[in-house]
Write a protein that binds this ligand. Structure first.
Ligand SMILES: C[S@@+](CC[C@H](N)C(=O)[O-])C[C@H]1O[C@@H](n2cnc3c(N)ncnc32)[C@H](O)[C@@H]1O
Length: 392
C-alpha cells in the first residue's frame, strides 16, 4: 500500500470508530477485508488510527472537522506536512482537498488549551483535582504513544542475559529505573512475540508502572497470595517471579484467565485458579491483590478510544463496583494480612477516595503504603494502596 492508501484506510476505520465501533473491532474488520495489506501496512494503518485517537480533538481542530478525513488532514498538518501531498485522489489515495478544506487552515498558535489537551472536557477538572500542577504534563503525555516494556523473568535469567537473547532477534532494549526487572524496547518492538526469549518465557510484555506496582507489594514468602481480579494473570506471574508462595488467581470472568495455565507453565511457576465459591469456602489469605476494573485513565495512551467513550456515569458505576470488590476481598484476608488495592486510574474518585471510604468503614484496618504513578514517571499511571488488617 502507498502511504496515501494507508491514510485512506485509516480514514475509513476512524469513521467507523466515530460511529461507535470499538477500535480493535474496526481494525480487525478492515484487516479481514483487506487481504492485500501486508503486516507493515497493517501496522502503519493501526499507528495512524491510534495516533489520531490520542489527538482526536486537536487534529480535528487542525483539519476543520470531526470526521476521519478531517482528523487525518489535521494529523498531517500537526506534523508540518501539507495534506495535499497525500490527498491526491490518485490510485487509492483520499480525494483531493475541497476548497473549504484548503481554506480551513487555522493558525496552530490559536488552538484553545482545552482542545490542545486532547482530553474530554468533563474529566479535566478531575485530573487537575488529583494532580494539580502536573495535570497539564499528564494530559500531554497521554497524547503520545506508550513505550513497549518487557519484564525479565529473573527466575530464569538475569537482565543482561535476557538483553543478549533479545538482541539475537534484533530487539534492542535498555533497563528502566522504575522497576528492577524492566526493559524498555528501543528497536523492533513488533518482533517481541515471535522472539525466542518471549517463546521461552524469559520475558513477558508488561508495562513498567505495572511492574513497579508489583515490586512495591509486601509479598509474604511462603504465604498464601490471592490475585482477585487476575484477568490474563500478568500481575500473578510478576508476583510469582518475586517470591515462592501459594498463588491463587480469580476473576469474575473465568474466560479472561483461560491462557493463565499456559503462561504460568512458560514462566515455570504454579498458579491455581479458583471460583468465588471456592474462595469463600477456603482458608483466608496473607495477601489479596485487588487490581480492580477501572477507568483506565492511566493507560489511555494504549487504549485511546476509551478516552472519548468514558463518561461520568461510567465512572460512578466503576466506583460502586470497586467498593464492592474491596468489601469482598476484605473478608478473604487473614488477621494481620494485607489487602492491596490497585488501579490504572489517575482519578481520586477511584483511588484516594475509595481508600478513605474503606478506612472510615473498617476501623480494624490501616493503610500501610501508597504508591501513585503517572505517565510522567515513564510507564502507565497506577495507584496502589496496601491496607493491613489488625491481628485480632
Ligand atoms: C484491571 S483488570 C485486571 C488486570 C490483571 N490483573 C492484569 O494484571 O493483567 C480487572 C479485572 O477485574 C475483573 N472483574 C470485574 N469485576 C470483578 C469482580 N466483581 N470480581 C472479580 N473480578 C472482577 C475483570 O474481569 C478484569 O479482568
Amino acid at each position: 500500500m502507498t502511504p496515501a492508501a494507508r491514510v485512506a484506510a485509516a480514514i475509513g476505520i476512524l469513521d467507523e470508530i466515530f460511529a461507535g465501533a470499538p477500535a480493535e473491532r474496526a481494525l480487525t474488520r478492515w484487516a479481514r477485508g483487506s487481504r492485500f495489506a501486508g503486516s507493515k501496512d497493517r501496522a502503519a494503518v493501526r499507528d495512524h488510527v491510534f495516533d489520531a485517537l490520542r489527538c482526536r480533538s486537536s487534529f480535528g481542530w487542525l483539519g476543520g472537522g470531526e470526521t476521519g478525513r478531517a482528523v487525518m488532514i489535521g494529523a498531517l498538518r500537526s506534523q508540518g506536512l501539507a495534506p495535499e501531498t497525500l490527498f491526491t485522489g490518485e490510485g487509492h489515495a483520499p480525494a483531493p482537498l475541497s476548497a473549504a478544506e484548503r481554506a480551513a487552515l487555522p493558525d496552530p498558535s490559536e488552538m484553545p488549551r482545552a482542545v490542545a489537551r486532547d482530553l474530554p472536557e468533563w474529566i479535566w477538572p478531575l485530573v487537575q483535582q488529583a494532580h494539580g500542577a502536573a495535570a497539564d504534563g499528564i494530559a500531554e503525555a497521554l497524547r503520545h504513544r506508550a513505550p513497549v516494556f518487557l519484564r525479565v523473568n529473573t527466575r530464569k535469567q538475569g537482565i543482561e542475559a535476557a538483553r543478549e537473547n533479545l538482541l539475537a532477534d534484533n530487539i534492542e532494549t535498555r533497563p528502566h529505573p522504575l522497576a528492577q526487572a524492566a526493559l524498555e524496547v528501543t528497536a523492533n518492538a513488533r518482533r517481541v512475540q515471535a522472539s525466542a526469549a518471549y517463546r521461552d518465557g524469559l520475558v513477558e510484555l508488561q508495562d513498567v508502572g505495572s511492574q513497579a506496582l508489583v515490586e512495591a507489594l509486601p509479598l509474604p514468602e511462603g504465604g498464601r497470595i490471592l490475585d482477585y481480579c487476575a484477568g490474563g494473570g500478568g500481575k500473578s506471574l510478576a508476583m510469582a517471579a518475586r517470591v515462592t508462595a501459594e498463588f491463587v488467581a480469580h476473576d469474575a470472568s473465568a474466560a479472561r484467565m483461560k491462557d493463565l495455565p499456559e503462561r504460568a507453565a512458560r514462566a515455570g511457576v504454579e498458579i491455581r485458579r479458583a471460583t468465588g465459591a471456592e474462595l469463600r469456602a477456603g482458608r483466608p489469605f496473607d495477601l489479596v491483590l485487588a487490581d480492580v476494573p477501572c477507568s483506565g485513565t492511566g493507560a489511555w495512551r494504549r487504549s485511546p478510544d476509551s478516552k472519548w467513550r468514558f463518561d461520568a456515569n461510567a465512572l460512578q458505576d466503576l466506583v460502586d463496583v470497586q467498593a464492592g470488590i474491596l468489601r469482598s476481598c476484605r473478608d478473604l484476608v487473614s488477621p494481620g494480612g494485607g489487602l492491596a488495592y490497585a488501579t490504572c486510574s489517575l482519578l481520586d474518585q477511584e483511588n484516594r477516595q475509595q481508600i478513605e471510604r474503606f478506612l472510615s468503614e473498617n476501623a480494624d484496618w490501616h493503610e500501610e503504603k501508597r504508591l501513585s504513578l503517572t505517565p510522567l514517571d515513564g510507564g502507565d499511571g497506577f495507584f496502589l494502596s496496601v491496607l493491613r488488617r489488625k491481628t485480632e
